[in-house]
Write a protein that binds this ligand. Structure first.
Ligand SMILES: [Zn+2]
Length: 315
């Protein structure tokens, strides 16, 4: 018998910083547990805002992808992750902005071609577990919606040799563009998760921010009209999921959360100390984000729900 394979977690994200905010705890915990962790990011976040006023210059916007690549690298250093990839698309910008129409953007990419790029990475790294976003992309950003689209397709297709046969090893090895000895083979990952924000977090954050004299971004402004409140609530309902629909609660309190908190501070151009998210402080994070929540969307192995481990059922 050969040594058992190291388990591999692949987290699929849209922009730099999404990985730390969304799955930083799971990534740090997987590293600590001896698993391999691969981060895939769809874009380089070129069109985001720069939240630090003295850094918000035309020069820095021009080279924002580069700056964010450096921030991502430092955040991965904190989380202990040593392998990451990028799908090579351009940031599409928020929904309704000109970047949506850029032919280089993730939003404009033909979906099968984009899913093929992720499929290639799935075949190359052979993850047991993949995480992505829900169909709303968490909050409706085009690149986050695409992250969902390619995540579910790569999960379905990577194990099927009918899809993207040009990626697979040819019978006469050594040619055909394969990058590893023997070339790539189909690979069917075992589990696919969508990250989720449990509805209870809204109340926890609102309470903590209120105690600090701040308004939560989860609450509509006091002077909102009934229509604006209804619109706000409809949006919140799409972002948040009822706690009882969470299939997998991952305890990341302690060391993983400390690393997540430190890693988020490496995303300097994106994280303002004045954002309600950061004003919560580490104590607030422990309260709201001490557990990361996931929904098991698809599984090729048997498991018992609710779970407390993304790798449950794989042994
Ligand atoms: Zn994002």
């Amino acid at each position: 018998m050969t040594e058992p394979r190291r388990r591999t977690l692949m987290t699929v994200h849209a922009h730099p910083d999404d990985e730390t905010i969304g799955t930083g705890g799971a990534m740090a915990r997987a590293v600590a547990d001896g698993h391999r962790v691969i981060l895939v990011t769809g874009t380089r976040g070129e069109l985001g805002e720069i939240v630090v006023p003295e850094m918000d210059t035309p020069d820095n916007h021009r080279r924002l992808g580069e700056i964010r690549a450096g921030e991502l690298e430092r955040a991965m250093g904190v989380l202990g992750v040593t392998e990451w990839e990028n799908l090579g698309y351009r940031d599409s910008g928020m929904m309704g902005t000109p970047g949506n129409h850029d032919p280089r953007s993730f939003w404009q990419a033909p979906i099968d071609e984009a899913a093929g790029r992720l499929t290639w990475l799935v075949r190359r790294y052979r993850p047991d577990v993949i995480t992505t976003y829900n169909a709303f992309g968490g909050y409706g950003h085009p690149d986050h919606i695409r992250t969902h689209d390619v995540g579910v397709r790569a999960f379905e297709r990577a194990g099927d040799p009918v899809w993207y046969p040009e990626q697979l090893a040819t019978e006469h090895g050594g040619s055909g563009g394969s990058i590893e000895e023997g070339g790539l083979a189909p690979w069917a990952p075992s589990k696919l998760y969508e990250q989720a924000i449990p509805a209870s977090v809204r109340g926890l954050m609102a309470e903590r921010l209120k105690s600090l004299g701040k308004t939560s971004f989860w609450e509509p402004p006091d002077d909102a009209t009934p229509e604006q409140v209804a619109e706000f609530e409809a949006f919140a309902a799409k972002m948040l999921v009822p706690d009882d629909t969470i299939t997998t609660w991952l305890d990341v309190s302690g060391d993983p959360l400390e690393k997540k908190w430190a890693a988020i501070h490496e995303h300097v151009t994106q994280i303002s100390d004045q954002s309600p998210f950061m004003l919560l402080g580490y104590e607030g994070w422990r309260e709201s984000w001490g557990r990361e929540a996931y929904i098991l969307r698809d599984s090729r192995v048997g498991t018992t729900l609710p779970e407390t481990d993304l790798f449950a059922g794989l042994d």
